[in-house]
Design a protein around this ligand. Structure first.
Ligand code: C5P
Length: 217
């Protein structure tokens, strides 16, 4: 079983994907970490994340161990990620990694949940289930701001909102695999929905379809 979970930054897609994977015993891949790792590797090499040659080389040399680096959660990595993500050659290299994960999930898992921006549209267009998780920009910025404060980091709400809008604009406007819901995705607007409610809605839908019942949406 393959489940695609897409959506903009801080929409709650990562939490939903993790919970679905745990609930259904599937492997989980946060594909944003791949782009973040490439972005950070380019910065660490002293190059600009928009530099096509440097970004492609970093994607080819990507070390899977780097995916556990805590620095990937930071905003520097996020901004660099959305720059390298607009480069077609980078996407082509990472596409292969993501498809291999979906087709042969690690540890013999019976399937995989991938979350990102283009899983339902490009990486796994034949996924069994597709969810597009979204929320208003101020709500998402508020969540990210609280998350940063809880981690003991300094954060200014207005700055977080601005960064998020810049990233949304870059991710939606790029020519290759832009952020958009797949035509057959179920859209979950979490502006007024907490993580438990989003999970319950998605899990109910999967159960209804899997048991041959009427899909909910
Ligand atoms: O999901 P996350 O915020 O970690 O993603 C970081 C950046 O990586 C996004 O802003 C986007 O530019 C890029 N990305 C992408 N396609 C994916 C996952 C992430 O372009 N499937």
């Amino acid at each position: 079983m393959i489940i695609a979970v897409d959506g903009p930054a801080a929409s709650g897609k990562g939490t939903l994907a993790r919970r679905l994977a745990q609930h259904l015993g599937l492997a989980h891949l946060d594909t944003g970490r791949l782009y973040r790792a490439v972005g950070l590797a380019v910065i660490r090499a002293g190059r600009d994340p928009s530099d096509t040659g440097a970004a492609e080389a970093a994607a080819r040399a990507l070390d899977p161990d780097m995916l556990d680096d805590p620095t990937l959660a930071g905003d520097e990595a996020a901004q660099a990620a959305s720059k390298v993500a607009a480069i077609p050659a980078v996407r082509a290299v990472l596409l292969q990694f993501q498809r291999e994960f979906a087709e042969s999930p690690p540890d013999g898992a019976a399937g995989a949940v991938l979350d990102g921006r283009d899983i339902g549209t490009v990486v796994c267009p034949d996924a069994d289930f597709k969810f597009f998780v979204t929320a208003s920009a101020p709500t998402r910025a508020e969540r990210r701001h609280k998350e940063l404060l809880n981690r003991g980091e300094t954060s200014i709400y207005a700055r977080v909102l601005q960064d998020l809008r810049e990233r949304d604009a870059r991710d939606s406007a790029r020519n290759v695999a832009p952020l958009k819901p797949a035509e057959d995705a179920i859209v979950l607007d979490t502006t007024d929905m907490d993580a438990d409610a989003a999970f319950a809605t998605a899990a109910r839908h999967i159960e209804a379809v899997s048991s041959g019942g009427v899909p909910t949406g």
